[in-house]
Design a protein around this ligand. Structure first.
Ligand SMILES: *[C@@H]1O[C@H](CO)[C@@H](O)[C@H](O)[C@H]1NC(C)=O
Ligand SMILES: *[C@@H]1O[C@H](CO)[C@@H](O)[C@H](O)[C@H]1NC(C)=O
Ligand SMILES: *[C@@H]1O[C@H](CO)[C@@H](O)[C@H](O)[C@H]1NC(C)=O
Ligand SMILES: *[C@@H]1O[C@H](CO)[C@@H](O)[C@H](O)[C@H]1NC(C)=O
Length: 230
């Protein structure tokens, strides 16, 4: 008679456990609570979840022996992280980080182990900040008029000044490096040769699809004009 013997090789099992994270970067706005998605195949007990920074292995949050273990958490994340334990049975190891800032941008490792296996994934967080309402000032001199806007946001925006016919006007732009608060300070000005100017300031922050457009002409401004007497 004919007999078939099947060998069950263990390697298939070793590779079946996997962690799933988003493949594209996750945008997080300044001050918001970031959600770092991470999913795994749930299994009974012995669950170990570790979130850490990929760049320097700083511990962001860990969970084992059925509870959060925060003794070795980096002080940068003190009182800002949360793992939702009720989600573990669904295979959800997503972490939230409150008060997101520039220093939190980067790569995070989600490492999960249970009796089925162990795997890791990398979540890439990108920091952004909407530009604030631009502050207008107008400086009148005997020879020309300087129209200037100041605003703060992140990252560097695209700025343009347009004439009444939509033409690109030459301008002066200064962007300072990001402060500790995680914002670029931007100052942009246009010098008009005549007091009858009519210009449009435009700012784009493509990261957050923000577009600002402000028309300036001397007839519809509530802005105090500053006369500089030379
Ligand atoms: C932790 O954060 C909460 C609110 O986010 C705050 O009320 C509490 O005082 C903080 N605890 C410590 C020890 O800083
Ligand atoms: C995972 O849990 C977080 C809360 O911690 C929740 O916001 C998110 O929607 C959950 N993800 C899935 C796929 O259920
Ligand atoms: C100023 O320019 C805008 C277009 O940017 C145009 O619609 C408007 O009519 C102009 N106003 C004056 C007073 O020329
Ligand atoms: C407008 O002009 C500036 C230089 O004056 C240039 O850098 C910029 O690319 C121009 N933008 C467009 C849309 O033509």
């Amino acid at each position: 008679t004919f007999m078939l013997v099947l060998f069950c090789l263990p390697w298939g099992g070793y590779h079946s456990f996997s962690v799933t994270v988003p493949s594209s970067p996750v945008l997080v706005v300044r001050g918001a609570t970031a959600l770092l998605p991470c999913e795994f195949e749930p299994n009974s007990n012995a669950l170990v979840i570790t979130w850490q920074r990929e760049e320097d292995a700083r511990v962001v949050h860990s969970f084992y022996y059925e509870r959060d273990q925060l003794e070795r958490q980096s002080s940068d994340y003190f009182n800002r992280t949360k793992l939702n334990h009720e989600e573990f049975t669904k295979g959800n190891a997503s972490l939230s980080i409150a008060s997101f800032g520039l220093k939190d941008a980067g790569k995070y490792l989600c490492i999960v182990s249970n009796s089925k296996g162990s795997d890791r994934g990398v979540v890439h967080l990108v920091y952004t900040a909407f530009y604030s309402e631009p502050r207008l000032s107008i400086l009148l001199k005997s020879t020309d008029v300087t129209v200037q806007y100041e605003t703060e946001g992140y990252p560097r925006p695209e700025v343009m000044w347009l004439g009444s016919g939509g033409q690109n006007l030459t301008d002066h732009l200064e962007v300072s490096s990001a402060s500790d608060g995680g914002l670029f300070y931007l100052k942009s000005s246009y010098i008009a040769q005549s007091p009858a100017f009519n210009v449009t300031f435009t700012l784009k922050n493509p990261a957050v699809h923000q577009k600002l457009q402000r028309h300036v002409n001397p007839n519809n401004q509530n802005v105090p004009m500053i006369n500089i007497i030379c």
